[in-house]
Design a protein around this ligand. Structure first.
Ligand SMILES: Cc1cc2nc3c(=O)[nH]c(=O)nc-3n(C[C@H](O)[C@H](O)[C@H](O)COP(=O)(O)O)c2cc1C
Length: 357
C-alpha cells in the first residue's frame, strides 16, 4: 500500500509518504524563505516523496517562535515561495504550507514582549505566563490565518496544513489544560474548536471551496494527569472534519511535556509509531484521510500502519533529514531508515543529521 496513490480532497498524491513539517532554521530573520529551503524540498521531491509539508510558517510576527523560522504574514513572501513550489512541482510531488501562530510558546522579543494564548496559564518550560486573548485579538488572528492561506494558494502550494499540535496557539485552544475560557471560545469541544471553524469559514471566502485545508493535531498533550488526551481527541478530530479539514495528521506533546513529539531512542519495532493507537481511534471516528507521524523507522511497521487500519499515510521527519532519498530506497528494497532518533537534528545553525553513526 505504501506506493499506492491517494486522493485528498481532489489532490492526487502519488504514494503514502509525507514529509512531516520540519523547521529548517533557513529563512531570513524576517521570515522570508530562502533558496536553501527550496534546495531541501527539491531533494525530497527528486526522491519521490508524495507530499512535502513545509516547516512551520508564522502568520503574524507576534506568533514567531524560533530563529530563522519561515513566515507567511506578508504578500512580499508570495514570490519567494512560488520559486520553491515550482521546483517541487517539476518532479510531481505535492507541497503544503504549514501555518502557525506560536501562542504561549512564541518568542519574547523587545517588540513582542508578551505572549498570548486562550488563557493565562503559565508555560512551565519557559516560565512565561501568556496574556489571555481578547475577543479582538482572536478575531485578528482568524484573519491572519485566512490571509496566510490566501498567500499560500497564490504561491502555488497545493494545500495548507493548520498547525494544531505541539502546544502552539491553535493547539492551546483545543486543550482543556491551556484553554480555561468560559466564553464562546472555551469549554465544550465545539467552543474549543471554534477558532478553527472560523479560520476555515473566513479562508473559504478567500481561497474557494476546493483548496485543501489539512490539520496536524495533538491527540495528547503528553501531560500525565491533565490536558488533551483520548478519548476526547476523537471528538476534536470529528469537529475539525465538520469544520472542513480534509486530512488529519496525528501527533502529540507540548513544550512543557518534554520529548513527547520527537521521542528519542527508537531502536525496536515496538517503539515505533508511538501515536498509533490515537491514530486508529481517530481514523475510526472520521471519514477523511489520517496521517500518522512519530517514530516510524522500518518499512514493515509503516506497512502495518496502513494495512492494520491505523492510518492512510505515514509521515516522517527525522528519517528524511538523514536520508532525503529514503522513499526511493524503500521502493528499491531497503527495509530500515538509518535515523537513530538522537535528536541532534534540532540544530539552530540549520537542520541536519548530526548523528555520528
Ligand atoms: C528538527 C525538527 C523540526 C521540526 N519542526 C516541526 C514543525 O515545523 N512543525 C511540526 O508540526 N512539527 C515539527 N517537528 C516534528 C516532526 O514533524 C514530527 O512530528 C516528529 O519529529 C516525530 O516524527 P519523526 O519520528 O518522524 O521525526 C520537527 C521535528 C524536528 C526533528
Amino acid at each position: 500500500m505504501l506506493f499506492e496513490p491517494i486522493d485528498i480532497n481532489g489532490l492526487q498524491i502519488s504514494n503514502r509518504f509525507v514529509r512531516s513539517a520540519t523547521h529548517e532554521w533557513l529563512a531570513e530573520e524576517d521570515g522570508k524563505p530562502t533558496a536553501a529551503i527550496g534546495d531541501m524540498y527539491d531533494e525530497l521531491a527528486k526522491h519521490e516523496i508524495g507530499l512535502i509539508i513545509s516547516g512551520y510558517s508564522y502568520v503574524n510576527p507576534a506568533g514567531k517562535s524560533s530563529n530563522r523560522q519561515q513566515g507567511i504574514y506578508d504578500d512580499r513572501f508570495i514570490g519567494p515561495y512560488r520559486q520553491i513550489t515550482e521546483r517541487v512541482h517539476k518532479y510531481g510531488s505535492k507541497i503544503a504550507l504549514q501555518v502557525v501562530h506560536g501562542g504561549r510558546q512564541a518568542m519574547v522579543t523587545p517588540k513582542y514582549p508578551q505572549t498570548m494564548a486562550p488563557s493565562a496559564v503559565k508555560d512551565l518550560s519557559s516560565g512565561k505566563t501568556p496574556q489571555a486573548m481578547t475577543e479582538e485579538q482572536i478575531l485578528g488572528t482568524i484573519e491572519d490565518f485566512a490571509q496566510a492561506m490566501r498567500r499560500a494558494q497564490a504561491a502555488g502550494f497545493d494545500a495548507v496544513q493548520l498547525h494544531v499540535a505541539h502546544g502552539f496557539l491553535l493547539s492551546s485552544f483545543i486543550s482543556p489544560y491551556t484553554n480555561r475560557r468560559t466564553d464562546d471560545w472555551g469549554g465544550s469541544v465545539e467552543n474549543r474548536t471554534r477558532i478553527i471553524q472560523e479560520i476555515i469559514r473566513r479562508a473559504r471566502e478567500l481561497v474557494g471551496e476546493d483548496f485543501p485545508i489539512m490539520a496536524k493535531m495533538n491527540a495528547t498533550d503528553g501531560l500525565d494527569d491533565k490536558g488533551l488526551d483520548a478519548p476526547e481527541c476523537v471528538e476534536i478530530a470529528v469537529a475539525l472534519e465538520k469544520a472542513g479539514v480534509c486530512a488529519i495528521e496525528v501527533s502529540g506533546g507540548i513544550f512543557e511535556a518534554g520529548e513527547v513529539m520527537s521521542r528519542p531512542g527508537i531502536n525496536a519495532p515496538e517503539k515505533e509509531a508511538y501515536f498509533r493507537d490515537y491514530a486508529r481511534m481517530i481514523k475510526q471516528g472520521v471519514g477523511i484521510p489520517v496521517m500518522l507521524v512519530g517514530g516510524m523507522r522500518s518499512r514493515a511497521v509503516m506497512e502495518e500502519m496502513l494495512e492494520g487500519g491505523y492510518a492512510d499515510m505515514v509521515s516522517l521527519s527525522r528519517p528524511l533529514i538523514r536520508e532525503p532519498e529514503l522513499v526511493e530506497k524503500f521502493r528499491e528494497g531497503v527495509q530500515e531508515a538509518e535515523c537513530t532518533s538522537c535528536n541532534g537534528c534540532f540544530d539552530e545553525s540549520g537542520v541536519r543529521c548530526n548523528s555520528g553513526r
